[in-house]
Design a protein around this ligand. Structure first.
Ligand SMILES: Cc1cc2nc3c(=O)[nH]c(=O)nc-3n(C[C@H](O)[C@H](O)[C@H](O)COP(=O)(O)OP(=O)(O)OC[C@H]3O[C@@H](n4cnc5c(N)ncnc54)[C@H](O)[C@@H]3O)c2cc1C
Length: 385
């Protein structure tokens, strides 16, 4: 603070006077009567502008709250490297995501509204074609189809070699998961960032938890009152957070590649899921991923995984494409902020009710986050006064 009042050596006397004035002003503004709120008070500070922090900040602003978003622009954040797929029925057991009947319509509504607001398309509704990998899988799917809860979520079986003029290596056939698609997360985050930057409500630097003053009733940050509280949306880096790092995190590294492969234009009508998922990006370009690594938690792309993804992608076609023709044009890695158990971690700290966590969306952030952000914002706004 005093540094602002230091003068050049030529006017040392004035400098001293200004420094003393500075101390006086600093004290004057710092001293608050009990219960008094500082004039620059905020409603919420959001730490992290990944998909979680972005959607939550937008919802809080919709409720009329004064929000400051702090983000250090980490290029390997999960939201920057995610494939972005919304797939409501997943896994070997072909299971519908818990709450999908509410989550999926909410996600589509929110992404469409954001698209209108920013004049862009963020969510691309795209059929998701899943190859059968075994007869057992076909039996599991047949069982699901009989369950009324799955009505409308899965297509009838597609016979082997019939889709895309027989150009796919779906030797056992496959089926479509309905209501799927993919979100261009980096584009959405960029647009929100530009808007917040222009309004001066985005601080592009590291958030230092040592600058937080916290008690059982309130929160201050850099001397400013934060009336509603500080909400941590740090993704995988929550492990550096002194209040929430102890929770049972179970992060998983993942990689994807972007591939250009001539002769694949006519397959771009759907996401292809063989042993890898391939998202059509237009023309002959595909985003292909991904793997799960719970042991190595860095964000370095590895040549070995890239090669595996390339070969698996080429093998999805019939006849198989030559891996040598598939050109890798991008390769990214990141860590999913996953938790033990099935549900994300959302809520207040057990001792400090004005510190919140909004994290743990694992590999389903695109599906889960819109509804979670809406509901959490409503809860937080109700708690303001
Ligand atoms: C390879 C890969 C593929 C994936 N594919 C999919 C998919 O297809 N579908 C899907 O739904 N999900 C997918 N995911 C998961 C998805 O990315 C996450 O669920 C979601 O993006 C998590 O968002 P987040 O905001 O919680 O975290 P993050 O995206 O990690 O964002 C955290 C932000 O906080 C910032 N930050 C952290 N600490 C600080 C600090 N101290 N100061 C300032 N800023 C800070 C970081 O810079 C970052 O911007 C994938 C993830 C990976 C890694």
């Amino acid at each position: 603070m005093l540094a602002e009042f230091q003068n050049p050596p030529s006017c040392a006397g004035t400098g001293l006077l200004m420094a003393l004035l500075g101390v006086f002003l600093f004290r004057f503004f710092k001293k608050k009567k009990p219960g008094e709120v500082s004039p620059d008070a905020l409603d919420f500070v959001i730490v992290g502008q990944g998909l979680a922090g972005t959607l939550l900040a937008l919802e809080l602003e919709k409720c009329g709250r004064k929000v400051l978003v702090v983000d250090d622009g980490w290029k390997s954040a999960a939201s920057q490297v995610a494939a972005g797929v919304l797939n409501p029925v997943t896994g070997m057991r072909i299971v519908k995501t818990l709450g999908a009947d509410d989550l999926v319509p909410a996600a589509k509504r929110v992404y469409a509204a954001l698209g209108e607001r920013f004049g862009e398309t963020f969510f691309h509704e795209t059929p998701f074609y899943r190859f059968y990998t075994s007869e057992h899988e076909r039996e599991v799917k047949a069982k699901r189809e009989k369950n009324p809860e799955y009505e409308g979520w899965l297509s009838a079986d597609v016979p082997a070699g019939t889709l895309c003029g027989g150009g796919l290596a779906d030797r056992l056939g496959g089926f479509f998961v309905n209501r799927a698609g993919w979100l261009d997360i980096p584009k959405l985050l960029d647009r929100a960032r530009e808007e917040w930057r222009s309004r001066g409500v985005l601080l592009e630097e590291n958030f230092d938890c040592a600058e937080v003053e916290v008690s059982r009733t309130g929160t201050r940050w850099r001397g400013r009152d934060v009336l509603g509280g500080i909400i941590f949306c740090e993704g995988f880096r929550v492990r550096e957070n002194p209040w929430f790092s102890h929770l049972k995190w179970q992060p998983a590294k993942g990689e994807f590649v972007e591939i250009e492969l001539a002769g694949t234009e006519n397959f771009q009508g759907q996401i292809l899921k063989s042993s890898v998922a391939a998202i059509p990006l237009g023309g002959t370009r595909w985003r292909v991923g991904t793997n799960y690594d719970r042991d190595v938690l860095d964000t370095r792309p590895t040549a070995e995984v890239a090669e595996r993804l390339r070969r698996s992608f080429c093998a999805a076609f019939s006849p198989a494409k030559s891996a040598g023709d598939a050109k890798i044009v991008a390769h990214r890695a990141g860590v999913r902020p996953a938790v033990q158990g099935t549900l994300p971690k959302v809520g207040a700290h057990e001792k400090f009710p004005k510190l919140f966590l909004f994290n743990g969306f694992g590999s389903k952030g695109v599906t889960w986050l819109p509804l979670y952000a809406e509901r959490f914002a409503v809860t937080l706004c109700g708690e303001k006064d």
